[in-house]
Design a protein around this ligand. Structure first.
Ligand code: ZN
Ligand code: ZN
Length: 349
């Protein structure tokens, strides 16, 4: 059976095609192709793992045969990587060997895409320290780090031709805007009445958060500030995320995600009436989880606790939490000096 291809006309003379690729078992990533006079821009490449490259080439071929478009890999003029997560850029090295398209990326994700192996090591080291301070057992830490290295080790980095610096960029009719938080260099793409939100806003999943202590320009602080900035933009006719189905009401979805984080922050504060480690906070928020989800849950709990620590709602109660030692698990507790009355406004970041 042929995979479904979505087709849109975001503005006169511009066509936008969208289809999913199997990035990892259980994870479909959406790729977008925008065709305008002189431009054939692919936004995101899938993971390069398993069936992903085949799905990508089949989808592009299908657009050519079904719609008569110049959409094959060799026709691409540009490849835009929306952000430096492997389910979005992992297929880049495969594509680079098959076309001469100009590769565009935000500067804050340049190190992870172009010097991938080195970044893997740096992040693994930070992750190890994070897991120790989170109170994860030796066995959990070893298991998670092994999983991290195996998954990420499947991917190769690739060269980039143009970096977008600062907050804005463009490729022909595409307007790129930088929104850090979920990933340091995430960019949305506006073309006519359509906004590609990448993993900044998704229709069903709340985009993953990790603490800024693991990577600068991530953290809940940056993410919520980005959501608020996006909320001030005129709403698009249609929003298309990096996963899942199209979104008709972007602002309503932003409100839902903000409310979810507000509830989660309140939950952490309530739980920290007694002192706890990040592992315990993670269990309180997400219950028992398995495999790679243990790491994702710890990172999410870490992002929320960090947000509260930064604003003085919560304090560390032992040397490890106060940054004086990295030997043991850090423990946190709610501070009585600051009352919680809902999500505080984010600073302009
Ligand atoms: Zn992502
Ligand atoms: Zn993603």
């Amino acid at each position: 059976m042929e995979p479904p291809i979505e087709r849109y006309e975001p503005a006169a003379g511009i066509r936008l095609y969208r289809f999913g690729v199997r990035a990892f078992p259980g994870l479909e990533t959406m790729v977008h192709l925008i065709l305008a006079p002189g431009f054939a821009v692919l936004v995101d490449t899938g993971s390069g793992f398993g069936d992903s490259n085949d799905d990508l080439q089949a989808g592009l071929g299908l657009i050519a045969s079904r719609f008569g478009e110049p959409s094959r890999v060799e026709d691409l003029t540009h490849i835009l990587v929306s952000h430096g997560h492997i389910d979005h850029f992992g297929g880049l090295s495969h594509l680079r060997e098959r076309c001469t398209a100009h590769v565009v990326l935000h500067e804050l994700d340049l190190p992870v895409v172009t010097r991938y192996a080195e970044r893997l090591e740096i992040t693994a080291g930070r992750l190890e320290a994070f897991l120790k301070r989170a109170g994860a057992s030796q066995a959990t830490r070893t298991g998670l780090l092994e999983m991290y290295r195996i998954t990420k080790g499947l991917i190769r980095g690739a060269a980039v031709d143009t970096v977008v610096e600062g907050g804005q960029g463009e490729i022909g009719p595409l307007r790129l805007t930088h929104y850090p938080g979920h990933c340091p260099g995430l960019m949305t793409v506006r073309v006519g009445g359509i906004l590609l939100t990448s993993d900044l806003v998704l229709p069903r999943t709340s985009p993953h958060q990790s603490p800024e202590e693991l990577a600068p320009y991530t953290g809940l602080d940056h993410y919520l500030a980005s959501l608020r900035r996006l909320r001030r933009e005129p709403p698009p006719r249609l929003a298309l995320g990096g996963h899942e189905e199209p979104m008709l009401d972007l602002h309503a979805r932003i409100d839902e995600i903000e409310q979810l984080h507000a509830r989660r922050l309140a939950e952490v504060l309530e739980f920290l009436k007694e002192e706890h480690t990040l592992s315990e906070i993670s269990f309180e928020l997400f219950g028992p989880v398995q495999g790679y989800h243990v790491l994702l849950a710890l990172e999410e709990a870490g992002a929320h606790t960090e947000f509260l620590l930064q604003r003085g709602y919560v304090g560390g109660v032992n040397a490890s939490a106060l940054g004086e030692s990295t030997c043991g698990a850090a423990r946190y507790r709610r501070l009585p000096t600051r009352g919680w009355s809902g999500l505080p406004p984010s600073p302009e970041l």
